[in-house]
Design a protein around this ligand. Structure first.
Ligand code: URA
Length: 247
């Protein structure tokens, strides 16, 4: 357990209920240590040594997870309709510090979405100076015209209603209507707006990779906790042969 937080507050912060509900769990003797000894609200214990109804606790604060987001889910905790949080355990939405998505994917975009409750880590992942590549597979409504890779790599492309040009991005053409796009920043609806800027329209859009992490075998709609080894991979992406942006 981090710092010297007392059990009552610690469990409430993990989403096990309001203060009153957690007091109820404690009063019913449902919170014990690993040996089955009853614990009390004022106790200060190690995370791994706490059980509720004999079960180990949800992950300690400082968690990082990946979700294979299906289309049709919004990256928000309170919009109408289906939310990405609906795909995570209910308690995760009640945690403090808050578990938030690292950037966003549109409702109609699928693929790799990270979540963390660690603000510094979140910032490190999205900070432009980290230059973490984000790789998207885009299905296009029209045939590519041939100059898109050059335009996207130029570092001069200006999106509508913006004043700062985009960083160079790398386009790999897979077929006339399918392309893989690697971005080193994350602006609002960036992929869709980039293709719109070259007279095309993105239909299906899927994020395959963030940094050195991909979804592996994770099925759509499923999530998994990330470990130290994943974190290391996240921050050590293979450098694309077409080079990363400078600065
Ligand atoms: N670019 C988009 O247009 N949509 C996303 O969801 C992510 C990047």
């Amino acid at each position: 357990m981090s710092g010297k937080v007392k059990l009552l507050r610690y469990l409430a912060n993990l989403g096990y209920g309001s203060r009153r509900e957690v007091l109820g769990l404690l009063a019913d003797g449902r919170v014990t240590d690993a040996q089955g000894e009853r614990l009390y609200g004022d106790d200060v214990c190690q995370h791994d040594d706490i059980r509720i109804d004999g079960e180990v606790l949800d992950p300690a604060p400082g968690l990082l997870l990946m979700l294979n987001k299906p289309t049709g889910y919004t990256c928000s905790s309170k919009d109408q309709g289906r939310l990405v949080y609906d795909l995570l355990p209910r308690r995760f939405r009640l945690r403090s510090p808050l578990l938030s998505s690292v950037g966003r994917l549109d409702r109609d975009t699928s693929g790799l979405l990270l979540f963390t409750d660690d603000g510094q880590l979140l910032h490190r992942i999205i900070a432009p100076k980290s230059h973490l590549p984000k790789v998207y597979l885009a299905e296009l409504a029209r045939d590519l015209r041939g100059d898109e890779a050059e335009v996207f790599a130029s570092g001069t492309l200006l999106l509508e209603r913006e004043t700062r040009p985009l960083l160079p991005a790398v386009l790999d053409v897979l077929s006339p209507r399918q392309a893989r796009l690697t971005l080193y920043e994350g602006r609002y609806h960036q992929v869709r707006r980039m293709f719109a800027a070259v007279g095309n329209h993105v239909g299906a859009l899927h994020r395959e990779r963030v940094g050195g992490l991909d979804l592996g075998e994770l099925p759509q709609g499923q999530w998994r906790l990330l470990q130290q080894s994943d974190l290391k991979r996240l921050f050590s992406p293979a450098v694309h042969p077409s080079a990363m942006p400078s600065g």
